[in-house]
Design a protein around this ligand. Structure first.
Ligand code: NAD
Length: 278
């Protein structure tokens, strides 16, 4: 449905790369004006240049209140209004496989980007949207905020907090006609979820295949997600097709949060066959 966002203005934080970049491209293709907000100015400016007059880049650290408030003002100054705020920027925490080894040195930074960033982004955008009679806010959470699990505790805690904040904000802001939803991506192929860095060119392919197998081990759909999958969900929730939808956490994760894909009965039947011969 080309032109679905015609006449609308969107901000995409973390828009220089990964899921954010795919969303910027899709939103622009659907007719939106898009402000790309990121700390990576080179990639963000290059993306804005490639899109043309419908896009602009603004250097923004989402963990800084003054940056986010200036970003929202910039969108309104540049394009006259703000209809969609996609609080997408997020960072992983340091990768300690054992929580007892975790120094938690990055705690403040991860909370600042992953939780304070979307909270201040929601507030700043909603103050503008209130005066316009409505708008759409999307926050990018993660399966790590839905499923408890080992390791990456700070990341998990921020994403769980973001899901709860989004649901609460959806109730609080409904009186202004503002819808608030969050996305719950799982194992999307982007730099954030890749551990190939540091490997030699010759073994990147083998390492990537091994990492895919690890990620897919508890995913019912045996297909690694792409940034475009999340962008499509963001488009739907931002569009007027979703005007009755607020307060949800939409999974884009190949079924990981649906349930345990282990077939215990098949395993028991196999164990009986092996041990009892029946
Ligand atoms: P990515 O690393 O590819 O892109 C993140 C972008 O955010 C980058 O352009 C980066 O420069 C920018 N950024 C980082 N810190 C910033 C800051 N302080 N202010 C503004 N911009 C900043 O990551 P991605 O995989 O595209 O992740 C996007 C979002 O999706 C994140 O919130 C992430 O937690 C979430 N997510 C990703 C996955 C996955 O598997 N990739 C899964 C679940 C959730």
């Amino acid at each position: 449905m080309a032109g679905e966002l015609a006449g609308k203005t969107a901000i995409v934080t973390g828009g220089s790369g990964g899921i954010g970049k795919a969303t910027v491209e899709l939103f622009a293709a659907e007719g939106a004006h898009v402000v790309i907000a990121d700390i990576d100015a080179d990639a963000g400016q290059a993306l804005a240049d490639a899109i043309g007059a419908a896009a602009r880049f603004r250097r923004t650290d989402v963990s800084k209140r003054e940056d986010v408030e200036a970003l929202v003002a910039d969108a309104v100054d540049s394009f006259g209004r703000l209809d969609i705020m996609f609080n997408n920027a997020g960072i992983a925490c340091a990768a300690f496989p054992d929580f007892l080894d975790d120094t938690l040195e990055d705690f403040d930074r991860v909370v600042g980007v992953n939780l304070f960033g979307p909270m201040i982004g929601t507030q700043a955008a909603a103050r503008v949207m209130r005066g316009q009679g409505g708008g759409v806010i999307l926050n990018n959470a993660s399966i790590a905020g839905i499923l408890a699990g080992q390791a990456m505790m700070t990341y998990r805690a921020t994403k769980a907090g973001l899901v709860h904040f989004s649901k609460s904000a959806s109730i609080d802001l409904a009186r202004y006609g503002i819808r608030v939803n969050c996305l719950v991506p799982g194992h999307i192929r982007t730099p954030l979820s890749s551990f190939e860095e540091g490997s030699e060119d010759g073994n990147i392919g083998e390492l990537s295949r091994a990492i895919d197998q690890i990620y897919l081990s508890n995913q019912p759909l045996k297909r690694r997600g792409a940034p475009e999958d999340v962008a499509q969900a963001a488009l739907f929730l931002s569009s007027d097709r979703a005007q009755q939808i607020t307060g949800i956490a939409m999974p884009v994760e190949g079924g990981v949060t649906t349930g345990d894909p282990v077939n215990h009965l098949a395993d028991i039947v196999a164990a009986r066959a092996r041990i009892l011969g029946d």
